[in-house]
Ligand binder design. Structure first.
Ligand SMILES: *Cc1c(COP(=O)(O)O)cnc(C)c1O
Length: 383
């Protein structure tokens, strides 16, 4: 079948939250109505119920809901008493939030380049960056695939470091140990964090986030920090922040959590379709599947080879196929995060990725017609 590429017959979206909502509309609407009628907008019973449901989903880990995934990272670092001057290791190919909260707390970001295939922190480079001031490693499970946690945890243990997993993009993915056992993303380190930003794999209808920890005492401290440092109202034992998950968002998430595995399955089906139909094109490299992780496919991110990525992106868009670049400017080249002594060439893999990565549409509502059209358009590209 030959398509008319001059104008896309479909309204293809990077994510389609409207169609996703319409499929579960009656449940969502009822959940929202219940909160509206109860008027328990802050710390209503749905917040606790959601935390419990997510804990059950995540193998019983302690779950502390909060206002967003950025706060989750900040609260995690506050709870571990990280202080100005402490060094924290993180991948340089990540979303700004990870480095942003470190800057706010006066911590020193120690960037590390990523593995070109997995897009995640290059484990082999961690040991060399550890100093007397290093306090924590923050792996980011980028695009939905876990960083290689087993060696990271080993290095952390040997050097007495905390591990904070930024699982904003990987909720529902599983890390696979070398002996075959599995653990949910975000439940492996000292603390795990996630985001319920609408387009994340489990998204609410506004901002939301959560913090995970296996340590009960630490969970209690995190809970206090997220709520003005108080356990008892108006009694402030430690310095905290105001970072609560709204009851409305919790009620929505309580409905959507039931569908998370189905959503993950659907994303994986889309990925398998792309893999199957785009496998033998010499101008793109498809996402690599690490043996140490299942994939949440928050993004389906390919790398262009020998062609101008931005020209390719414009071509796709001209055919009605949206595509996104995560992330176009590496953190160490951002005006606000440029560290002394770092410039162009400091992190070659990340810099290369910033010029070659491209994420294709992937969401829970994609149709075979859309996928077929997207693949035909990609195959028809002439550089
Ligand atoms: C989305 C995201 C965050 C921040 O989450 P918000 O809820 O938007 O604050 C942090 N880290 C990564 C890797 C993300 O993708």
């Amino acid at each position: 079948m030959k398509y008319d590429f001059s104008n896309s017959p479909m309204n293809i979206k990077m994510v389609d939250l409207q169609s996703q909502y319409l499929r579960i509309k009656s449940e969502i609407d009822a959940a929202i109505q219940e909160v509206l009628m109860s008027t328990a907008f802050i710390q209503g019973p749905q917040v606790k119920a959601f935390a419990e449901a997510l804990s059950k989903y995540n193998q019983g880990i302690n779950v502390i809901p909060c206002a967003n995934g950025t706060d989750a990272l900040q609260i995690a670092m506050m709870a571990l008493d990280l202080k100005a001057g402490d060094e924290v290791i993180l991948p340089v190919h990540t979303y700004v939030a990870t480095a942003e909260v470190m800057a706010l707390l006066g911590l020193t970001s120690v960037f590390i380049d990523v593995n070109e295939k997995t897009f995640n922190i290059d484990v082999d480079q961690i040991q060399g960056k550890i100093t007397k001031k290093t306090k924590a490693i923050v792996p980011v499970h980028l695009y939905g695939q876990c960083a290689d946690m087993e060696p990271i945890v080993k290095i952390a243990k040997e050097n007495n470091l905390f591990v904070i997993e930024d699982s904003a993009q990987a909720l529902g993915a599983e890390y696979i140990y070398s002996d075959g056992t599995k653990k949910m993303a975000g439940t492996i380190g000292t603390i795990g964090t996630t985001s319920f930003f609408p387009s994340k794999n489990l998204g609410c209808y506004g901002d939301g986030g959560a913090i995970f920890t296996p340590d009960r005492a630490l969970a209690e401290k995190i809970r206090m920090i997220a709520n003005h440092g108080q356990k008892v109202k108006y009694q402030h034992d430690i310095i905290g922040v105001n970072s609560r998950l709204d009851t409305l968002q919790a009620a929505i998430l309580l409905v959507k959590l039931k569908y998370l595995d189905e959503y993950t399955r659907k994303r994986n089906e889309v990925a398998v379709y792309y893999d199957k139909h785009l496998g033998n094109l010499n101008y793109i490299e498809l996402p690599y599947r690490a043996s140490h992780s299942t994939h949440g496919f928050h993004q389906y991110t390919l790398r262009t080879k020998g062609i101008d990525r931005d020209h390719f992106k414009k071509y796709l868009e001209s055919k009605g196929v949206p595509a996104m670049i995560y992330y176009p400017i590496p953190l160490h080249l951002q005006k606000a995060y440029r560290l002394d002594g770092f410039g162009e060439g400091s992190f070659p893999i990340t810099e290369k990725l910033s010029k070659t990565v491209l994420s294709l549409p992937i969401h829970t509502e994609m149709t075979e017609d859309e996928l077929s059209y997207i693949c035909e358009v990609i195959k028809d590209y002439h550089a």
